[in-house]
Design a protein around this ligand. Structure first.
Ligand code: G3H
Ligand code: 13P
Ligand code: ZN
Length: 344
């Protein structure tokens, strides 16, 4: 089956009431961990790469990493998704490089910083949908800006976050607008703003109803029962991974993520794609720090990269199990992959 449009996986997830983690990749070790975990628990896979990842690894290496995953695990359906495309051109280059799904993040302007107008968002998202759908590629849009409802700061952890202080109106997806947006653009999946942000410092304490608006997901799903909802910034920042980093010389203080049980509530109410990057970043960094500390004379990179893969694999397996997609890999129905075979 190999490379499939993301829509196929999300439709299957909706029909069977589960969610799929979308893990970010930049390198070989991350993709190995994701695929080994999926193979162990028999899960479908969504791999995503940001603009940063594309420039870090380079298009050719990224493309061949994915080809490697497809060739090594031909029985696992894999969607390859562009994370946070900042403008239509970025989405088109991803499609030319074989991505089977793209995110047109029109919640921000093409500088990936300034909050965009609703009209701009509709226009660029609609344009990408028209091109992508003609090629069998899926599209995720975003309505509302990621950021903290505690501090009103837009997301500032990476190179695609709303800059400065934003109003709650901007930090929360408006349900009326969401209905119109989906209707106007024809997106396959909708990323929503409910108080999550990227990185390890999402909240200053365990989030509750005011700071993590799961009620909004419930409302959005009622209004848009046929739209696949996406939760960004959904790493859980487990204390044991933070401790692994800190016990080995790191300094991550006051980091709180999205509790897994909140994500499970979301999955009961239409969340089908759950973006997770930070948890694997913590896992890889913690494991490498620990391995280097354990044997200071060892300079074989495999000495620290093997435990790094193992630690990320544990994270991936846990999320596959918790989100209900374990056991579903072999059940996704076959579709033609002609478009993607041709691309490669
Ligand atoms: O969107 C957030 C992901 O963690 C990707 O981050 O842009 O630093 O690669 P990045
Ligand atoms: P985290 O930083 O919570 O892992 O979120 C990742 C994400 O949303 C990628 O788009
Ligand atoms: Zn994101």
């Amino acid at each position: 089956m190999a490379l499939v449009p993301m829509r196929l996986l999300l439709d299957h997830a909706a029909e069977n009431d589960f969610g799929i983690p979308a893990f970010n990749i930049n390198n070989l070790e991350q993709i190995i961990a994701i695929m080994q975990a999926a193979d162990t628990v028999n899960s479908p896979v969504i791999i995503q790469a940001s603009r940063g990842a594309r420039s870090y690894a380079g298009e050719a290496f990224l493309r061949h990493l994915i080809l490697g995953a497809v060739e090594s695990y031909p029985h696992i359906p894999i969607a390859m998704h562009l994370d946070h495309g900042n403008e239509p051109a970025t989405c088109y280059t991803a499609m030319r490089n074989g991505f089977t799904s793209v995110m047109m993040d029109g919640s921000l302007e093409s500088d990936a910083k300034s909050p965009a107008s609703y009209e701009y968002n509709c226009t660029v998202t609609r344009e990408v949908v028209e091109v992508a759908h003609s090629m069998g590629v899926s599209v995720e849009g975003e309505l509302g800006c990621l950021g903290s409802l505690e501090t009103s700061q837009g997301d500032k952890d990476n190179d695609h976050g709303g800059e400065g202080v934003l109003s709650h109106g901007m930090l929360l997806t408006d349900p009326d607008q969401a209905e119109e947006f989906v209707d106007k653009t024809g997106v396959d999946a909708l990323a929503v703003a409910i108080g999550t942000s990227h990185g390890a410092y999402k909240f200053t304490k365990k989030p509750e109803g005011e700071t993590l608006r799961m009620d909004l997901i419930i409302e959005l799903h009622k209004r848009l029962p046929n739209t696949h909802i996406v939760m960004h910034g959904s790493s859980s920042v487990p204390a044991e991974l933070v401790n692994l980093v800190n016990d080995n010389g790191g300094e991550i203080v006051n980091a709180f993520g999205v509790p897994v049980e909140e994500i499970q509530l979301g999955i009961k109410h239409g969340v089908r794609k759950v973006n997770v990057d930070t948890d694997n970043r913590l896992a890889v960094t913690g494991a490498i720090r620990a391995a280097l500390n354990d044997d200071k004379g060892n300079f074989d990179p495999r000495h620290y990269l093997k435990p790094a893969i193992a630690e990320m694999r544990r994270v991936c397996e846990a999320r596959y199990e918790a989100f209900g997609c374990a056991g579903q890999g072999g059940k996704v129905k076959q579709v033609s992959t002609t478009v993607f075979a041709a691309t490669y």
